[in-house]
Design a protein around this ligand. Sequence first.
Ligand code: IPM
Ligand code: MG
Length: 368
Amino acid sequence: MSNPSLLILPGDGIGPEVMAEVRRIIDWLGAKRGVTFDVSEDLVGGCAYDKYGTPLHDDTMAKAQEVDAVLLGAVGGPQYDNLDFSVKPERGLLRLRKEMDLYANLRPAQCFDALADFSSLKKDVVAGLDIMIVRELTGGVYFGEPRGIFKEGNERVGINTQRYTESEIERVARSAFELARKRNNKVCSMEKANVMESGVLWREVVQKIRDTEYPDVALSHMYADNGAMQLVRWPKQFDVIVTDNLFGDILSDCAAMLTGSLGMLPSASLGAPMANGRPKALYEPVHGSAPDIAGQGKANPIACILSFAMALRYSFDMGEDATRIEQAVEKVLADGVRTADLMGPEGGVPVSTSGMGDAILAALDASL
Ligand code: IPM
Ligand code: MG
């Protein structure tokens, strides 16, 4: 059997720095666990635009369709802010999501004990928090037509369209219920059925999938604005949250901050199974390219490393090694190893990006 294949797209800003630490872990797995990946690397985002005039070259897109999993760092930077919309770095990422049809975006928000004091919320609100947001990723207002800026009489009008078909809602609902069965069997679906027809349909379809296929899973519905409030008020009431593309974008940033730092959170974007049974998959940290600290060795590589752990779990059936990496992260945090973003008001000396990588590798060694 051939080796599992990975396409690495470090991207812009801190992307290459944090991805370098993932590559060290891939090497570690090869040396110490006998798992070898076929790794290739390519450009996405602003760096691809600089070289090719497009944020995602067709060849890169084709490669992404062929590999078992794609690992992405981050895209974007202020130097690209004034580019035409169609070639902005973000379009590269959106094209990958759309053309690979990665409809289910899994965004876990987990509060590590060692960081519970670091959240902007009270410790008892976040300690032990472990929730999973399932964000629909290929539909809704991000992609709906018509869209654009049009002339209407004497003025312009900006238009985007929220649109969901029943089958789009069904498939992401199934992803959420399947995940819930492996967790605490509880799903909360969020929309705005009080103002949006797409929300009415969303609620109806999610309920139907629950009643016909997952009667064992508890389902509740919440308006997304209330959901945002509840996430901050008492997030531990949730297990799995399923929601649309735009609400999921916003709610997942909100959930991320519960855990202390955006620098901690991984994500998996999954599509339908390929011929080999593995889902189409892209893994990326939730954080962005952080141009303000890029190139300084200050970035926290944990979100990217945990994204790779998700790849091991969801693409490669290597749950044991995924857990090993997650436990190594937990261990170094418990030992007080902190990158700059994890420095509390009491201060201390932060480690660099590669310093965090060193500590995690040492913890991995110790786990053998
Ligand atoms: C995210 C990001 C992206 C999104 C941007 C970079 C296009 O905010 O992954 O949450 O809006 O989906
Ligand atoms: Mg976002």
